[in-house]
Ligand binder design. Sequence first.
Ligand SMILES: [Zn+2]
Length: 144
Amino acid sequence: MTRGRPIDAFDDLTRARYLEAVAAGVRLGEAAQAVGVHRNLPAYHARRDLEFARAVEEAVALGKERRGIRHGEAAYNEGRCRCTEICTPAATAARARRRARQSKKDDGATDQSATGADGPAAAPSSPLPFSLRSPLLPPRPRAA
Ligand SMILES: [Zn+2]
């Protein structure tokens, strides 16, 4: 197995997302986790990269007033936070879970208009060992 050096994982995009999360009030360790890097990695980079260190400081200052928000689905739903690192994905995932659960419960009874589904959505037997059914996808046509 190849194991990328951790340094490589902290590219510009990841840095930007990390800074965004911190600016949203996410704690540093949590922000690192949210963008998928080790919690010590940003500090490591900040020690070597003064510009980045300054950016982190700025983000922390920005995030201070929003600190105390508990990031997550609730924060998103209550309009307290729309950060793209935690709250938005949490709300999106929760919504998808709810819809998946609901469409499982009353199969096909929920709105079909958005998906443009034709015919019953129920696909009783799947050739796969797991379900690929997603509320975002129209039902797979069944091979005759
Ligand atoms: Zn948030």
